[in-house]
Design a protein around this ligand. Structure first.
Ligand code: MG
Length: 338
């Protein structure tokens, strides 16, 4: 039942009051924020890899196309980890050819893929991948849980991957997990994160994504970590830094704003809020791309994303998965159809 119908009783012709009728926030610029933000969309990889029911390859291909059509210029497509580790993404080699038209667009849609090791990189190169990501950890506990290695061993594993990717002219994103808190170790000191980040940067990563994997960060911590990373002791240029927040405690947008105020212009988000973290108990997942775009639109920051098209895509994906999107913006924009 449409809410407007209940009120007006005339088949939905009456206008609902307020912002929902506008569909978009009225932009008001704030000082000290970037003019443009590049959203690194992770729904198809980070989002789906936490879904138990395997999504058909054709549905994934349509999802990525819809995301690109909504204006997302960077869509992380899949992962070349061993299929037995992440069965959901075992179809990477079948999926990538279905996305070839996107790489041929002008401008080309960037389609990074996760690779764990040299074998994964070779598989990705064979399929014409131009951009990869490696998945590191700021803490020993998570490195052991997720990679079955120490932090040092995982960096040794990445080194030849990043070197080879560099020789091939590929962009390489280094993910850094547990940058703020770790479920086994508690708060993570900025200097500890910075030590791993600097290793990844020095070995040739072209971008580092700072992950709040269990969603415990608050804005002061975000500012402190960014100050540590861009500070005088082996600074990493802020242009090379991205942020990856989870909304477990409702802090993802506040943390994003803190990062923007420190000059970060690349923000990770997942359409419809897809995906959680298996190591966070309540596992409210990734920052929803729609929630992010709503805030950035409101701040007059250009993202190139059409919020209505993106929201419709997330509603469609939620139907494929059989449950509603957790994104508040998706719900607010589409409640009349639900
Ligand atoms: Mg995530």
């Amino acid at each position: 039942m449409r809410a407007a119908d209940e009120v007006a009783g005339d088949g939905g012709g009456a206008a609902e009051p307020g912002v929902l009728e506008l569909g978009l926030p009225a932009p008001v610029r704030a000082d000290g924020l970037p003019r443009r933000v590049r959203i690194h969309e992770v729904g198809a990889r980070d989002g789906l890899q936490n879904e138990k029911a395997v999504v058909p390859t054709a549905v994934k291909a349509e999802f990525v196309h819809r995301l690109a059509d909504a204006g997302l210029g960077t869509v992380e497509a899949t992962s070349f980890v061993r299929p037995s580790w992440v069965p959901q993404l075992a179809d990477a080699a079948e999926l990538m050819p279905l996305l070839a038209d996107l790489a041929g667009r002008d401008p080309a849609v960037r389609l990074p893929v996760l690779v764990p090791n040299e074998r994964g990189l070779e598989r990705a190169l064979d399929l014409g991948v131009r951009e990869i990501a490696v998945f590191g950890s700021a803490t020993e506990s998570f490195a052991r849980a997720n990679l079955n290695r120490t932090v040092a061993q995982s960096l040794e594993m990445f080194e030849p991957v990043v070197a080879r990717a560099g020789q091939e002219g590929l962009a390489v994103r280094g993910y850094l997990s547990m940058c703020f808190g770790d479920p086994w170790e508690g708060p993570v000191p900025p200097a500890q994160v910075a030590a791993v980040a600097r290793r990844l940067y020095a070995m040739g990563c072209t971008e580092l994504s700072l992950g709040d994997t269990i969603g415990v960060a608050t804005p002061g911590q975000v500012a402190a970590l960014l100050d540590e990373l861009t500070g005088s002791d082996g600074p990493i240029p802020v242009e090379r830094l991205a942020v990856h927040f989870h909304d477990t405690y409702g802090q993802a947008l506040a943390n994003t704003l803190a990062a923007l105020q420190r000059g970060v212009t690349v923000v990770d988000a997942s359409a419809g809020g897809l995906g959680g973290c298996p190591y966070a108990k309540s596992a409210t997942g990734n920052l929803a791309t729609e929630d992010l775009v709503w805030m950035l639109d409101g701040l007059g920051i250009d993202t190139g994303v059409d919020l209505d098209r993106l929201s419709a895509t997330s509603v469609w994906m939620a139907e494929q998965l059989g449950r509603p999107s957790p994104s508040r913006t998706v719900r607010a924009l589409t409640h009349r159809e639900q």
